[in-house]
Design a protein. Structure first.
Lengths: 328, 449
């Protein structure tokens, strides 16, 4: 699933299609969202401003946020007024298009440049967003594709975080660089980059402690980790991956903004999309920051983790599982 | 960036000021702002609807006292409604149950259950004199989750119930409860694996853990940053377990914490505690009055004072107070200590969050202020111990050296020294009761209950 420069970017349409079928079904688990009961909502009624108000409520309930919702509905409202969107099909189609248009520029898979060895991925995020699990899943995928992987236990703060990453290293056959709890995270990552370089490792995934974006001293620590990596390899980190929990609301936008401001986020991973949370905040983030969305996680299994596809995501969000096949 | 809820409501109510009275017309304008503000604060839409309706009914029906401006009257109504929605009164925690008090923690993945278990244990041990607290983990899924709780137990002085990750979670819970009874423990806290509310198998598992442990308190742990879906999760957990309370975690961030409002409204259970930091002591009893005041831009002066008390080393503070009282011996090392304390409290940004919106707006930008603080610490660090004790000896040549050493301009060093002299002058003039009177004046600015 990872793009490789100068290699055949042989995509596996079948695997992708099945991932998005899973995405579609997971996103609509529990209470139905837009797609499933859009028909009920319309129920043969004409599309009018009342229905738009209901759509607004639904977008807001999906955590899309006030600003992005207003943006989407402003355009739909104009078209409804011009009577261009008379039936349910046309309205949901227009909604899907509007969401896709916002997400499309952000659907950029992670490209691992083989020239960069090790290709350093620094994984950051607030507490409990799913950083370590995401690292485990990425490592698993990379290992399946035959890449050599090393994990760096940069979370030296939380109790047993090192051991948690160690379990993932064992499961995925990755190398692990760790120091004792309480060690300087910069030093751990520095060691790891050097070790990865001397062992010829292809991809280094560096874990970091969860931190709230509003805590300036912890953001400073992160900046230092980045500076330290640069001392070994001025081109690294090659990816700064911010992990966002789909259950989070509008604060995720503040997280993205502040992590980006502090260390320059180059990609997002959206986790825990398998609940009833719709992850609509990703639409707001895409609109505001245009950061590449690299991965989405829809479950605990390794195969419940894939690349982000704007059209399929919008379809899954708006129309439910049936439309997800469009991905292939 | 979005404005904070505080700023937004302040602006909305300000637009009402000067109109004389609350009318059907101008109230709906404000309620729209309130609705948007609450949405941006992640309060769930159905909860907002009910809230806005009851605020409107009250606002229109209430006689606005002649002495009050309509804005103040409106803030009063909002405050009262928010308090009512979040609990109405201080929430309790059943400490009077016959020991062992068994507590079950449940919630989504990453909400902070394990950290909260340790914080709760520490709170019970240190604040409530429950000497023997047993911690048990039934999280057989997340790698090293059990080890995490074991380590945390050691940190907070609780005992850990050792279990094997091959054992069924309900069996672990049952054995831990037996151990708690046999071992004459005061409290048993049962941690559970994070689970999705739509995962039927996992929800069944937590029900089994519940009936095996027979807890008195079943607490739902929810992230203060949670979005609209928090209501669905809360409803499902509330359906599976007979919840007795809520713990709101990660409340030290800048999330507006709308989840607190929603989850409270959906489950009907009180929010018992707030998690306000990563350390085991960062747990505060939830106070709806304070939370409502903070939401409404009245600031959280009480929390600020409590935080200062918690972070400031009391011996150090007393030593300093003596120096301040006499105006003698306050040197640059003391100044550095003060600056470092400011940093420990999360920097100016964290402190400004707790001040009323209008006061916070007038203050310096927190980032610039924090940079300034860091710089000043660096300057003091570049001095010799003798220079810190006797700043008088710092001449031009020393100033240049200090500036080079700390990477600042000579002017910055000058400014710091001038500030220090100014502080010393103020301290000398401020003997005894002055400081206490100032604190008294500050208290007077706190929101009325």
């Amino acid at each position: 699933m990872f793009g490789r420069k100068r290699e055949d970017t042989a995509k596996e349409p079948e695997a992708r299609a099945s991932f998005f079928r899973r995405l579609g079904s997971r996103l609509n688990r529990g209470s139905a969202w837009l797609g499933l009961d859009l028909a009920t909502l319309l129920g043969g009624r004409r599309v009018d401003s009342e229905i738009l108000a209901e759509l607004e409520a639904r977008l807001l309930t999906a955590d899309v946020g006030v600003e992005a919702t207003e943006h989407i509905l402003a355009d739909l409202g104009t078209r409804v007024a011009r009577q261009e969107l008379a039936d349910a099909g046309a309205l949901s189609g227009a909604l899907r298009t509007a969401v896709t248009e916002i997400l499309e520029p952000c659907a950029q898979p992670l490209v691992i440049d083989p020239e960069r060895r090790p290709f350093v991925i620094l994984v950051v995020g607030v507490n409990g967003s799913g950083k370590t699990t995401t690292i485990g899943k990425i490592a698993q995928r990379l290992a399946q594709e035959g890449a050599s992987v090393m994990l760096a236990a940069g979370d030296t703060f939380r109790a047993a975080a090192i051991e948690q990453l160690g379990v993932w290293a064992e499961r995925t056959g990755s190398a692990l660089i760790a120091q004792q709890a309480g060690a300087d995270p910069g030093a751990v990552v520095f060691d790891a980059v050097q070790a990865a370089r001397s062992r010829g490792i292809e991809v280094l995934l560096a874990d970091t402690a969860g931190r709230l974006h509003s805590q300036s001293h912890l953001m400073e620590e992160l900046k230092k980790v980045k500076r330290v990596i640069r001392r070994v390899d001025p081109t690294a980190p090659h990816e700064v991956l911010l992990v966002l929990d789909a259950n989070q609301g509008q604060n995720a936008l503040a997280q993205a903004l502040q992590f980006h401001e502090a260390i320059g986020v180059t990609g997002l991973a959206l986790t825990k999309l398998d609940g009833t949370a719709k992850g609509g905040i990703v639409v707001a983030i895409a609109r505001k920051l245009r950061l590449p969305i690299r991965f989405v996680g829809v479950g605990e299994q390794a195969e419940d983790f894939g690349e982000f596809d704007a059209g399929a995501f919008a379809a899954a969000l708006v129309e439910g599982a049936g439309a997800a096949g469009l991905a292939s | 960036m979005f404005d904070t809820l505080t700023q937004r409501l302040t602006r909305a109510v300000n637009s009402l000021r000067g109109r004389g009275r609350i009318t059907e017309e101008n109230v709906s304008e404000i309620l729209r702002e309130v609705r948007v503000a609450l949405l941006e604060a992640d309060v769930a839409l159905p909860v907002i609807k009910g809230f806005v309706d009851s605020v409107k009914a009250q606002a229109l029906g209430t006689e606005v006292a002649a002495s009050l401006t309509p804005g103040q009257a409106f803030i009063g109504i909002l405050h009262k409604e928010l308090v009512a929605l979040m609990g109405g009164a201080r929430a309790g925690f059943s400490l009077r149950a016959e020991p062992p008090l068994i507590v079950l923690l449940a919630g989504l993945q990453g909400s902070g259950k394990t950290t909260t278990a340790a914080k709760l244990a520490r709170w019970l041990i240190e604040r409530q004199a429950r000497k023997r607290v047993l911690l048990a983990s039934t999280d057989v899924r997340r790698p090293a989750a059990m080890l995490q709780l074991e380590r945390l137990a050691g940190q907070v002085g609780a005992e850990y119930f050792p279990a094997d990750s091959g054992t069924a979670p309900a069996d672990i819970a049952r054995a831990a409860a037996q151990q708690a009874r046999r071992g004459v423990f005061d409290v048993l806290i049962v941690d559970t694996a994070g689970r999705l509310h739509v995962d039927e198998a996992m929800m069944q598992e937590v029900r089994e853990i519940d009936s095996a442990a027979e807890p008195v308190e079943r607490l739902f742990v929810v992230d203060a940053m949670a979005g609209q879906d928090a209501v669905n999760a809360a409803r499902a957990f509330s359906g599976a377990l007979d919840l007795t309370g809520i713990i709101l975690t990660k409340a030290d961030g800048d999330a507006r914490g709308g989840a607190a409002l929603s989850v409270r409204a959906i489950t009907g259970q009180p929010i018992v505690f707030l998690g306000v930091g990563e350390k085991p002591e960062a747990l505060e009893p939830f106070d709806p009055e304070r939370m409502a005041s903070r939401i409404l831009g009245m600031g959280d002066v009480v929390a600020l004072v409590e935080q200062v008390q918690r972070e400031v080393d009391t011996d150090e503070a007393e030593r300093l107070a003596r120096k301040v009282a006499t105006g003698k011996g306050f040197d640059l090392t003391d100044l550095r200590g003060q600056l470092e304390q400011l940093q420990r409290m999360g920097g100016l940004g964290a402190l400004l969050d707790k001040l009323p919106a209008t006061a916070a707006q007038q203050a310096v930008s927190p980032d610039q202020g924090d940079l300034q603080v860091r710089r000043q610490i660096a300057i003091i660090n570049s001095m010799t111990p003798r220079e810190r004790r006797q700043p008088g000896i710092i001449d031009g040549s020393r100033r240049r050296r200090i500036a080079r050493g700390s990477g600042v301009q000579v002017q910055d060093v000058n400014r710091l020294l001038k500030q220090y002299l100014e502080m010393q002058r103020v301290m000398k003039s401020m003997k005894g009761g002055r400081l206490r009177r100032m604190m008294g004046a500050l208290k007077g600015k706190m929101p009325p209950d």
